[in-house]
Design a binder for this molecule. Structure first.
Ligand code: GAL
Length: 430
Protein backbone atom coordinates (compact mmCIF):
# COMPACT_ATOMS: atom_id res chain seq x y z
CA UNK A 1 0.00 0.00 0.00
CA UNK A 2 2.67 2.42 1.08
CA UNK A 3 4.75 1.80 -2.02
CA UNK A 4 1.75 2.43 -4.22
CA UNK A 5 0.84 5.65 -2.54
CA UNK A 6 4.42 6.84 -2.86
CA UNK A 7 4.52 5.87 -6.50
CA UNK A 8 1.32 7.69 -7.32
CA UNK A 9 2.45 10.77 -5.41
CA UNK A 10 5.70 10.73 -7.35
CA UNK A 11 3.97 10.23 -10.66
CA UNK A 12 1.42 12.89 -9.82
CA UNK A 13 4.33 15.20 -9.01
CA UNK A 14 5.94 14.40 -12.35
CA UNK A 15 2.65 15.01 -14.11
CA UNK A 16 2.27 18.39 -12.45
CA UNK A 17 5.85 19.26 -13.46
CA UNK A 18 5.11 18.16 -17.00
CA UNK A 19 1.91 20.16 -17.07
CA UNK A 20 3.75 23.24 -15.88
CA UNK A 21 6.40 22.67 -18.52
CA UNK A 22 3.69 22.11 -21.09
CA UNK A 23 2.02 25.36 -20.12
CA UNK A 24 5.33 27.23 -20.50
CA UNK A 25 6.14 25.74 -23.89
CA UNK A 26 2.58 25.86 -25.17
CA UNK A 27 2.57 22.09 -25.66
CA UNK A 28 -0.58 20.16 -24.91
CA UNK A 29 1.20 16.84 -24.55
CA UNK A 30 1.90 16.63 -20.85
CA UNK A 31 3.31 13.08 -20.82
CA UNK A 32 5.55 12.98 -23.86
CA UNK A 33 8.82 14.49 -22.74
CA UNK A 34 8.75 13.71 -19.05
CA UNK A 35 9.95 10.14 -18.97
CA UNK A 36 13.01 10.92 -16.85
CA UNK A 37 11.84 8.83 -13.88
CA UNK A 38 9.86 6.00 -15.40
CA UNK A 39 10.15 5.22 -19.11
CA UNK A 40 6.75 3.82 -20.07
CA UNK A 41 5.58 3.82 -16.47
CA UNK A 42 3.09 6.55 -17.15
CA UNK A 43 0.96 4.47 -19.52
CA UNK A 44 -0.84 1.16 -19.69
CA UNK A 45 -1.68 -0.63 -22.91
CA UNK A 46 -4.96 -2.51 -22.54
CA UNK A 47 -5.64 -5.13 -25.23
CA UNK A 48 -9.28 -6.06 -25.91
CA UNK A 49 -11.63 -6.58 -28.85
CA UNK A 50 -14.05 -3.91 -27.63
CA UNK A 51 -13.24 -1.63 -30.52
CA UNK A 52 -16.55 -0.14 -31.60
CA UNK A 53 -20.21 0.53 -30.83
CA UNK A 54 -21.71 -0.57 -27.52
CA UNK A 55 -18.61 -2.64 -26.69
CA UNK A 56 -16.41 0.43 -26.95
CA UNK A 57 -18.96 2.32 -24.86
CA UNK A 58 -18.41 -0.33 -22.16
CA UNK A 59 -14.66 0.00 -22.40
CA UNK A 60 -14.93 3.80 -22.33
CA UNK A 61 -16.95 3.59 -19.12
CA UNK A 62 -14.28 1.39 -17.54
CA UNK A 63 -11.60 3.81 -18.71
CA UNK A 64 -13.60 6.62 -17.07
CA UNK A 65 -13.39 4.78 -13.73
CA UNK A 66 -9.69 4.11 -14.33
CA UNK A 67 -8.96 7.77 -14.99
CA UNK A 68 -10.65 8.70 -11.75
CA UNK A 69 -8.78 6.11 -9.74
CA UNK A 70 -5.42 6.48 -11.51
CA UNK A 71 -5.22 9.94 -13.06
CA UNK A 72 -1.45 9.61 -13.27
CA UNK A 73 -1.46 6.71 -15.71
CA UNK A 74 -2.43 7.13 -19.33
CA UNK A 75 -4.75 4.51 -20.85
CA UNK A 76 -3.50 3.30 -24.22
CA UNK A 77 -6.18 1.55 -26.24
CA UNK A 78 -4.86 -1.65 -27.84
CA UNK A 79 -8.29 -2.82 -29.06
CA UNK A 80 -8.47 -5.00 -32.19
CA UNK A 81 -11.89 -5.13 -33.89
CA UNK A 82 -13.77 -8.41 -34.44
CA UNK A 83 -16.50 -9.86 -32.23
CA UNK A 84 -15.57 -12.57 -29.73
CA UNK A 85 -11.91 -11.83 -30.36
CA UNK A 86 -12.15 -13.38 -33.83
CA UNK A 87 -9.19 -11.29 -35.02
CA UNK A 88 -7.72 -10.19 -31.70
CA UNK A 89 -6.79 -13.59 -30.31
CA UNK A 90 -4.50 -14.53 -33.22
CA UNK A 91 -2.81 -11.16 -33.16
CA UNK A 92 -2.37 -11.36 -29.41
CA UNK A 93 -0.80 -14.81 -29.74
CA UNK A 94 1.75 -13.49 -32.26
CA UNK A 95 2.63 -10.65 -29.92
CA UNK A 96 2.99 -12.94 -26.93
CA UNK A 97 5.19 -15.32 -28.90
CA UNK A 98 7.34 -12.40 -30.04
CA UNK A 99 7.72 -11.30 -26.38
CA UNK A 100 5.84 -8.11 -27.15
CA UNK A 101 2.93 -8.34 -24.69
CA UNK A 102 0.57 -5.50 -23.89
CA UNK A 103 0.39 -4.48 -20.22
CA UNK A 104 -2.84 -6.42 -19.82
CA UNK A 105 -5.23 -8.29 -22.08
CA UNK A 106 -8.79 -9.53 -22.09
CA UNK A 107 -9.24 -13.28 -21.70
CA UNK A 108 -12.20 -15.52 -20.97
CA UNK A 109 -12.55 -17.40 -17.73
CA UNK A 110 -12.21 -21.15 -18.21
CA UNK A 111 -10.32 -23.16 -20.81
CA UNK A 112 -9.18 -20.15 -22.84
CA UNK A 113 -7.34 -18.84 -19.81
CA UNK A 114 -5.75 -22.24 -19.32
CA UNK A 115 -4.12 -21.91 -22.74
CA UNK A 116 -2.26 -18.81 -21.58
CA UNK A 117 -1.41 -20.39 -18.22
CA UNK A 118 0.01 -23.54 -19.81
CA UNK A 119 2.13 -21.46 -22.17
CA UNK A 120 3.42 -19.39 -19.21
CA UNK A 121 2.16 -16.26 -20.96
CA UNK A 122 0.46 -14.84 -17.88
CA UNK A 123 1.43 -14.47 -14.24
CA UNK A 124 -0.15 -15.48 -10.99
CA UNK A 125 -2.06 -12.52 -9.56
CA UNK A 126 -3.04 -14.15 -6.23
CA UNK A 127 -1.14 -11.44 -4.35
CA UNK A 128 -3.44 -8.82 -5.87
CA UNK A 129 -6.45 -10.80 -4.60
CA UNK A 130 -5.06 -10.34 -1.11
CA UNK A 131 -4.01 -6.75 -1.63
CA UNK A 132 -7.38 -5.68 -3.11
CA UNK A 133 -9.33 -7.97 -0.79
CA UNK A 134 -10.93 -9.95 -3.62
CA UNK A 135 -11.14 -13.50 -2.33
CA UNK A 136 -14.70 -12.97 -1.15
CA UNK A 137 -15.61 -10.43 -3.83
CA UNK A 138 -16.32 -12.99 -6.57
CA UNK A 139 -18.31 -16.25 -6.56
CA UNK A 140 -15.95 -19.11 -5.65
CA UNK A 141 -17.00 -21.12 -8.75
CA UNK A 142 -15.84 -18.23 -10.89
CA UNK A 143 -12.50 -17.96 -9.08
CA UNK A 144 -12.06 -21.73 -9.68
CA UNK A 145 -12.22 -21.05 -13.43
CA UNK A 146 -9.31 -18.62 -13.06
CA UNK A 147 -7.22 -20.89 -10.88
CA UNK A 148 -4.58 -23.48 -11.68
CA UNK A 149 -2.59 -25.33 -9.03
CA UNK A 150 -3.81 -22.94 -6.35
CA UNK A 151 -2.70 -19.83 -8.22
CA UNK A 152 -5.19 -17.29 -9.61
CA UNK A 153 -4.36 -15.94 -13.04
CA UNK A 154 -6.77 -13.12 -13.83
CA UNK A 155 -9.34 -10.73 -12.45
CA UNK A 156 -12.88 -11.05 -13.84
CA UNK A 157 -14.52 -7.87 -15.10
CA UNK A 158 -18.02 -9.12 -15.81
CA UNK A 159 -20.31 -12.04 -16.58
CA UNK A 160 -22.35 -12.47 -19.77
CA UNK A 161 -25.12 -14.86 -20.70
CA UNK A 162 -24.86 -16.49 -24.14
CA UNK A 163 -28.27 -18.20 -24.52
CA UNK A 164 -30.48 -15.21 -25.21
CA UNK A 165 -33.02 -14.88 -28.02
CA UNK A 166 -33.76 -11.31 -29.13
CA UNK A 167 -36.84 -10.33 -31.11
CA UNK A 168 -38.43 -7.29 -32.70
CA UNK A 169 -41.87 -6.89 -31.10
CA UNK A 170 -43.46 -4.98 -34.00
CA UNK A 171 -42.32 -7.54 -36.57
CA UNK A 172 -43.72 -10.38 -34.47
CA UNK A 173 -47.01 -8.60 -33.90
CA UNK A 174 -47.43 -7.77 -37.59
CA UNK A 175 -47.05 -11.46 -38.31
CA UNK A 176 -49.52 -12.65 -35.70
CA UNK A 177 -46.84 -13.84 -33.28
CA UNK A 178 -46.85 -13.06 -29.54
CA UNK A 179 -44.49 -10.08 -29.15
CA UNK A 180 -43.37 -11.53 -25.83
CA UNK A 181 -42.44 -14.94 -27.13
CA UNK A 182 -42.14 -17.95 -24.88
CA UNK A 183 -41.48 -21.23 -26.64
CA UNK A 184 -41.26 -24.50 -24.77
CA UNK A 185 -39.13 -26.08 -27.48
CA UNK A 186 -37.16 -25.45 -30.62
CA UNK A 187 -39.92 -27.16 -32.63
CA UNK A 188 -42.49 -24.63 -31.46
CA UNK A 189 -40.15 -21.81 -32.38
CA UNK A 190 -39.43 -23.30 -35.79
CA UNK A 191 -43.18 -23.24 -36.59
CA UNK A 192 -43.18 -19.47 -36.21
CA UNK A 193 -39.94 -19.20 -38.17
CA UNK A 194 -41.64 -21.10 -41.02
CA UNK A 195 -44.56 -18.67 -40.92
CA UNK A 196 -42.22 -15.67 -41.00
CA UNK A 197 -40.31 -17.13 -43.91
CA UNK A 198 -43.56 -17.68 -45.82
CA UNK A 199 -44.45 -14.06 -45.15
CA UNK A 200 -41.17 -12.90 -46.73
CA UNK A 201 -39.56 -11.79 -43.44
CA UNK A 202 -36.01 -12.88 -42.54
CA UNK A 203 -36.87 -15.08 -39.56
CA UNK A 204 -33.46 -15.26 -37.89
CA UNK A 205 -30.40 -13.07 -38.36
CA UNK A 206 -26.90 -14.39 -37.97
CA UNK A 207 -23.43 -13.17 -38.92
CA UNK A 208 -19.96 -14.56 -39.52
CA UNK A 209 -18.58 -17.94 -38.41
CA UNK A 210 -18.23 -17.31 -34.68
CA UNK A 211 -21.87 -16.21 -34.41
CA UNK A 212 -22.88 -19.43 -36.16
CA UNK A 213 -20.92 -21.38 -33.54
CA UNK A 214 -22.72 -19.31 -30.92
CA UNK A 215 -26.06 -20.38 -32.42
CA UNK A 216 -24.85 -23.98 -32.60
CA UNK A 217 -23.93 -24.05 -28.92
CA UNK A 218 -27.36 -22.84 -27.84
CA UNK A 219 -29.07 -25.43 -30.02
CA UNK A 220 -26.87 -28.21 -28.63
CA UNK A 221 -27.82 -26.95 -25.17
CA UNK A 222 -31.54 -26.84 -26.00
CA UNK A 223 -31.61 -30.35 -27.44
CA UNK A 224 -29.18 -32.17 -25.15
CA UNK A 225 -29.98 -30.38 -21.89
CA UNK A 226 -27.33 -29.01 -19.53
CA UNK A 227 -25.79 -32.31 -18.38
CA UNK A 228 -25.26 -33.87 -21.80
CA UNK A 229 -24.19 -30.47 -23.19
CA UNK A 230 -21.51 -30.27 -20.50
CA UNK A 231 -20.60 -33.86 -21.35
CA UNK A 232 -19.58 -32.70 -24.83
CA UNK A 233 -16.67 -30.86 -23.20
CA UNK A 234 -15.66 -33.37 -20.55
CA UNK A 235 -15.87 -36.43 -22.77
CA UNK A 236 -18.94 -38.03 -21.19
CA UNK A 237 -21.26 -37.29 -24.15
CA UNK A 238 -20.59 -39.13 -27.39
CA UNK A 239 -20.26 -36.65 -30.24
CA UNK A 240 -21.16 -39.41 -32.68
CA UNK A 241 -24.45 -40.22 -30.89
CA UNK A 242 -27.95 -40.00 -32.38
CA UNK A 243 -28.98 -37.19 -30.01
CA UNK A 244 -26.12 -35.05 -31.30
CA UNK A 245 -27.18 -35.86 -34.89
CA UNK A 246 -30.71 -34.65 -34.04
CA UNK A 247 -29.31 -31.42 -32.56
CA UNK A 248 -27.17 -30.84 -35.66
CA UNK A 249 -30.28 -31.33 -37.80
CA UNK A 250 -31.97 -28.63 -35.74
CA UNK A 251 -28.94 -26.40 -36.27
CA UNK A 252 -29.18 -27.02 -40.02
CA UNK A 253 -32.86 -26.09 -39.89
CA UNK A 254 -32.15 -22.93 -37.86
CA UNK A 255 -29.50 -21.87 -40.38
CA UNK A 256 -32.06 -22.29 -43.19
CA UNK A 257 -33.97 -19.32 -41.72
CA UNK A 258 -31.00 -16.97 -41.77
CA UNK A 259 -29.87 -14.10 -44.00
CA UNK A 260 -27.74 -14.95 -47.06
CA UNK A 261 -25.21 -12.17 -46.46
CA UNK A 262 -24.31 -13.56 -43.03
CA UNK A 263 -20.65 -14.38 -43.66
CA UNK A 264 -19.81 -10.72 -44.35
CA UNK A 265 -21.37 -9.45 -41.10
CA UNK A 266 -20.32 -9.31 -37.46
CA UNK A 267 -22.68 -9.50 -34.48
CA UNK A 268 -23.61 -5.79 -34.36
CA UNK A 269 -25.00 -5.93 -37.91
CA UNK A 270 -27.00 -9.10 -37.24
CA UNK A 271 -28.45 -7.57 -34.06
CA UNK A 272 -29.11 -4.35 -35.97
CA UNK A 273 -31.29 -6.29 -38.41
CA UNK A 274 -33.63 -7.06 -35.50
CA UNK A 275 -33.46 -3.51 -34.14
CA UNK A 276 -34.36 -2.15 -37.60
CA UNK A 277 -37.13 -4.67 -38.18
CA UNK A 278 -35.24 -6.39 -41.00
CA UNK A 279 -35.26 -9.70 -39.15
CA UNK A 280 -37.56 -11.09 -36.48
CA UNK A 281 -35.11 -12.95 -34.23
CA UNK A 282 -31.42 -13.12 -33.35
CA UNK A 283 -29.57 -15.38 -30.95
CA UNK A 284 -26.68 -13.57 -29.28
CA UNK A 285 -25.03 -13.04 -25.93
CA UNK A 286 -26.43 -10.34 -23.73
CA UNK A 287 -23.90 -7.73 -24.85
CA UNK A 288 -26.64 -7.23 -27.50
CA UNK A 289 -28.87 -5.54 -24.91
CA UNK A 290 -26.46 -2.60 -24.90
CA UNK A 291 -26.98 -2.16 -28.65
CA UNK A 292 -30.77 -2.13 -28.22
CA UNK A 293 -30.66 0.25 -25.26
CA UNK A 294 -28.07 2.54 -26.82
CA UNK A 295 -30.60 3.17 -29.60
CA UNK A 296 -33.47 3.96 -27.24
CA UNK A 297 -35.20 0.59 -27.63
CA UNK A 298 -37.29 -0.53 -24.68
CA UNK A 299 -37.45 -4.04 -23.36
CA UNK A 300 -41.00 -5.40 -23.47
CA UNK A 301 -42.14 -2.65 -25.86
CA UNK A 302 -39.72 -2.62 -28.77
CA UNK A 303 -37.87 -5.86 -28.19
CA UNK A 304 -37.96 -9.03 -26.13
CA UNK A 305 -35.05 -10.95 -24.63
CA UNK A 306 -35.71 -14.48 -23.38
CA UNK A 307 -33.69 -17.69 -23.06
CA UNK A 308 -33.25 -19.54 -26.35
CA UNK A 309 -36.22 -21.95 -26.65
CA UNK A 310 -35.50 -25.14 -24.74
CA UNK A 311 -32.88 -23.51 -22.48
CA UNK A 312 -35.07 -21.90 -19.83
CA UNK A 313 -33.54 -22.32 -16.40
CA UNK A 314 -30.02 -22.65 -17.81
CA UNK A 315 -27.48 -19.82 -17.79
CA UNK A 316 -24.94 -20.35 -20.60
CA UNK A 317 -22.07 -18.58 -18.92
CA UNK A 318 -18.97 -16.66 -19.92
CA UNK A 319 -16.83 -14.10 -18.14
CA UNK A 320 -14.29 -11.62 -19.40
CA UNK A 321 -11.21 -11.11 -17.27
CA UNK A 322 -7.91 -9.22 -17.38
CA UNK A 323 -4.43 -10.62 -16.99
CA UNK A 324 -0.90 -9.70 -16.05
CA UNK A 325 1.13 -10.88 -19.08
CA UNK A 326 4.59 -12.30 -18.49
CA UNK A 327 7.05 -9.54 -19.32
CA UNK A 328 4.45 -6.76 -19.31
CA UNK A 329 6.32 -3.52 -20.08
CA UNK A 330 4.71 -1.64 -17.20
CA UNK A 331 3.53 -4.05 -14.48
CA UNK A 332 2.66 -1.10 -12.21
CA UNK A 333 0.28 0.08 -14.92
CA UNK A 334 -1.13 -3.44 -15.24
CA UNK A 335 -1.64 -3.52 -11.50
CA UNK A 336 -3.47 -0.19 -11.57
CA UNK A 337 -5.74 -1.36 -14.42
CA UNK A 338 -6.48 -4.59 -12.56
CA UNK A 339 -7.33 -2.61 -9.44
CA UNK A 340 -9.94 -0.63 -11.36
CA UNK A 341 -11.27 -3.76 -13.09
CA UNK A 342 -11.72 -5.38 -9.68
CA UNK A 343 -13.32 -2.37 -8.02
CA UNK A 344 -17.05 -2.04 -7.49
CA UNK A 345 -16.97 1.34 -9.27
CA UNK A 346 -15.15 -0.11 -12.30
CA UNK A 347 -17.39 -3.19 -12.49
CA UNK A 348 -20.56 -1.15 -12.19
CA UNK A 349 -19.58 1.50 -14.73
CA UNK A 350 -18.48 -1.15 -17.21
CA UNK A 351 -21.47 -3.47 -16.97
CA UNK A 352 -24.07 -0.70 -16.99
CA UNK A 353 -22.78 0.27 -20.44
CA UNK A 354 -21.83 -3.21 -21.69
CA UNK A 355 -25.00 -5.16 -20.88
CA UNK A 356 -23.21 -7.66 -18.68
CA UNK A 357 -23.55 -8.16 -14.96
CA UNK A 358 -20.71 -7.49 -12.54
CA UNK A 359 -18.64 -10.46 -11.49
CA UNK A 360 -18.57 -9.01 -7.96
CA UNK A 361 -21.19 -10.28 -5.58
CA UNK A 362 -21.74 -6.91 -3.86
CA UNK A 363 -23.06 -4.90 -6.84
CA UNK A 364 -26.42 -3.20 -6.33
CA UNK A 365 -29.05 -4.53 -8.79
CA UNK A 366 -30.81 -1.17 -8.62
CA UNK A 367 -27.93 0.35 -10.62
CA UNK A 368 -28.79 -1.86 -13.59
CA UNK A 369 -31.43 -2.12 -16.32
CA UNK A 370 -34.47 -4.36 -16.15
CA UNK A 371 -32.84 -6.90 -18.47
CA UNK A 372 -29.67 -6.99 -16.37
CA UNK A 373 -31.68 -7.49 -13.19
CA UNK A 374 -33.26 -10.60 -14.72
CA UNK A 375 -29.80 -11.80 -15.77
CA UNK A 376 -28.56 -11.36 -12.19
CA UNK A 377 -31.49 -13.34 -10.90
CA UNK A 378 -30.92 -16.15 -13.40
CA UNK A 379 -27.19 -16.25 -12.67
CA UNK A 380 -28.08 -16.70 -9.01
CA UNK A 381 -30.57 -19.53 -9.47
CA UNK A 382 -30.17 -21.24 -12.87
CA UNK A 383 -28.06 -24.23 -13.83
CA UNK A 384 -24.74 -22.82 -15.06
CA UNK A 385 -23.05 -24.24 -18.14
CA UNK A 386 -19.92 -23.07 -19.97
CA UNK A 387 -20.06 -21.23 -23.26
CA UNK A 388 -18.31 -22.87 -26.22
CA UNK A 389 -17.92 -19.79 -28.44
CA UNK A 390 -16.56 -17.64 -25.62
CA UNK A 391 -13.66 -19.48 -24.13
CA UNK A 392 -15.27 -21.14 -21.13
CA UNK A 393 -15.74 -24.72 -22.37
CA UNK A 394 -12.78 -25.56 -24.62
CA UNK A 395 -9.24 -24.39 -25.41
CA UNK A 396 -8.75 -21.99 -28.33
CA UNK A 397 -7.33 -24.74 -30.58
CA UNK A 398 -10.53 -26.79 -30.21
CA UNK A 399 -12.75 -23.77 -30.71
CA UNK A 400 -10.85 -22.93 -33.90
CA UNK A 401 -11.33 -26.46 -35.22
CA UNK A 402 -15.05 -26.38 -34.34
CA UNK A 403 -15.42 -22.99 -36.03
CA UNK A 404 -13.74 -24.26 -39.20
CA UNK A 405 -15.98 -27.34 -39.26
CA UNK A 406 -19.06 -25.17 -38.73
CA UNK A 407 -18.08 -22.88 -41.62
CA UNK A 408 -17.57 -25.85 -43.91
CA UNK A 409 -21.01 -27.12 -43.00
CA UNK A 410 -22.92 -23.84 -43.25
CA UNK A 411 -21.23 -22.94 -46.55
CA UNK A 412 -22.25 -26.27 -48.04
CA UNK A 413 -18.73 -27.67 -48.29
CA UNK A 414 -19.48 -30.52 -45.87
CA UNK A 415 -22.63 -32.57 -45.26
CA UNK A 416 -24.13 -33.22 -41.86
CA UNK A 417 -22.42 -36.52 -41.21
CA UNK A 418 -19.03 -35.08 -42.18
CA UNK A 419 -19.77 -32.13 -39.89
CA UNK A 420 -20.56 -34.44 -37.00
CA UNK A 421 -17.35 -36.44 -37.50
CA UNK A 422 -15.32 -33.25 -37.75
CA UNK A 423 -16.81 -31.98 -34.50
CA UNK A 424 -15.99 -35.28 -32.83
CA UNK A 425 -12.42 -35.05 -34.13
CA UNK A 426 -12.08 -31.39 -33.10
CA UNK A 427 -12.92 -32.14 -29.51
CA UNK A 428 -10.96 -35.38 -29.33
CA UNK A 429 -7.65 -33.67 -30.01
CA UNK A 430 -6.49 -30.71 -28.05
C1 GAL B 1 -17.32 -12.15 -26.13
C2 GAL B 1 -16.92 -11.24 -25.00
C3 GAL B 1 -17.98 -10.22 -24.79
C4 GAL B 1 -18.35 -9.53 -26.09
C5 GAL B 1 -18.53 -10.53 -27.22
C6 GAL B 1 -18.75 -9.96 -28.60
O1 GAL B 1 -16.36 -13.12 -26.37
O2 GAL B 1 -16.77 -12.00 -23.85
O3 GAL B 1 -17.57 -9.30 -23.83
O4 GAL B 1 -17.38 -8.62 -26.37
O5 GAL B 1 -17.47 -11.40 -27.30
O6 GAL B 1 -17.60 -9.37 -29.10
Amino acid sequence: MRVNRRTSTMVAGAAIAALTLGACSGSSNGGGGSSGGGGSNDEVEVFTWWAAGSEKAGLDALVGAFEEQHPDIEFVNGAVAGGAGSAAKDLLQSRLQASDPPDTFQAHAGMELLDYINAAQIEDVSALYDEFDLREAFPSDLIDLLTRDGQIYSIPSNVHRANVMWSNSAVLEENGIDPNPSYASLDEWFEDLDALQDAGVTPLSVATAWTQVHLLETILLADLGPDAYTGLWNGSTDWEGADVTAALEDFERAMSYTNDDRDGLDWPEATQMVIDGNAAFNVMGDWAVAAFEEQGQELGTDFAAVPVPGTDGVFDFLADSFTLPTGAPNPEGSRAWLETVASLEGQTAFSVAKGSIPARVDADPADFSEYQQTAMESYGQDTIVSSLAHGAAVPVSQLNAITDATSRFTSGAADLSTFQSELAAATATS
